[in-house]
Ligand binder design. Structure first.
Ligand SMILES: [Zn+2]
Length: 327
């Protein structure tokens, strides 16, 4: 298996390893390895401090030897009371389907033969990492949520997949430039306050000619907002969205900014992707692939989304968007 070396996420210089941590002398920073996961974070995620995230990860790690992946999801939500049970069930069904969903995303890359390595940014519990391990010589998953990587390690163990899971910010990736044959970022951009630096980092670490793929939920979708399960959220001005969700569902709506096709295109241009390249780097409707849920509707949608007229319409009000760029 191809080995990708880590660099300092801040200065991109080489690191030394002292059996417990990676160290960057010029930056005076130490990046510890916790539960076997290197933690290169510069900033916490938007939900939880780095310390609280590690504490929760350690608690999950203690459970990980005696639980299956599905059992880890149950345990996670049992210690996360701010997610109501109905929403926890919905998220768990989605997490259990993420290998199939990841497979559908990988089909969009047009890469069927294992060649080189793939980086999945915002890998969460590693569904796409498992799917990609069948197609690529090496796969690395990165996420800012340490606690979810601990859960994801159980998914990988269960699937017999050996792939590094790395805790890092999408805005500060711990890899040198021009490394990866493919970079994927599915359901990442809606969780970033400012996605522009993450788009630039995904392009930087991609090898020349590599595919870089982003997908996300469409802000202007006619379906319910997937994180809150409430209709019409994206059509409201952003400052009103949280109050509206609280009014309708009595739940919090924090740290999610659904994005539009125009925004996705603007960020790929700003990151330096060439709009005149062979793939044209245009936003398209992304395929739906959640097994067991409205499968007939999903397949009709997937068929329509490949027809030019429908494709243009679904970019406006369809549930999901994708953009495939070439470095
Ligand atoms: Zn450094």
């Amino acid at each position: 298996m191809e080995v990708i070396a880590f660099v300092c996420p801040l200065c991109k210089g080489p690191l030394t390893f002292d059996s417990e941590a990676y160290c960057c002398d010029p930056c005076g920073r130490r990046y510890p390895v916790v539960c076997g996961i290197p933690d290169f974070r510069i900033l916490p995620d938007r939900f939880i401090s780095i310390e609280d995230d590690r504490r929760k990860g350690l608690r999950l790690f203690e459970e990980s030897t005696r639980r299956s992946f599905a059992g880890m999801l149950d345990f996670y939500y049992s210690i996360t009371p701010d997610v109501p049970p109905a929403l926890a069930r919905k998220f768990s069904v989605h997490a259990l389907a993420e290998v199939e969903i990841g497979d559908a995303s990988l089909c969009q890359l047009g890469a069927s033969q294992p060649s080189g390595s793939l980086l999945d940014v915002g890998c969460s519990t590693g569904g796409l990492v498992v799917a990609a391990s069948r197609r690529f010589a090496a796969v690395i998953g990165v996420d800012v949520a340490f606690r979810w990587l601990v859960v994801g390690a159980v998914r990988l163990r269960e699937a017999g997949v050996k792939a590094p899971l790395v805790c890092a910010n999408a805005e500060f990736l711990p890899f040198a430039a021009d490394q990866f044959a493919a970079v994927t970022a599915t359901d990442l951009v809606e969780h970033l306050a400012d996605p522009a630096p993450a788009f630039a980092e995904c392009r930087r670490v991609a090898a020349p000619g590599a595919a870089v793929y982003f997908s996300t939920n469409n802000r202007y979708s006619l379906t319910p907002e997937p994180h809150a399960n409430v209709w019409g959220v994206g059509w409201l001005p952003r400052p009103w969205q949280a109050s509206y969700v609280r009014l309708v569902s009595r739940r919090h709506y924090r740290n999610v900014n659904l994005r539009s096709a125009a925004e996705l295109e603007a960020w790929t241009r700003a990151a330096g992707f060439d709009p005149g390249c062979a793939d044209k780097a245009r936003v398209r409707p992304a395929p739906l692939a959640v097994p067991g849920r409205w499968e007939r509707v999903q397949s009709v949608y997937n068929h329509l989304s490949r027809l030019p007229g429908w494709s243009r319409l679904l970019v406006w009000f369809g549930p999901r968007l994708e953009i495939l760029c070439r470095k």
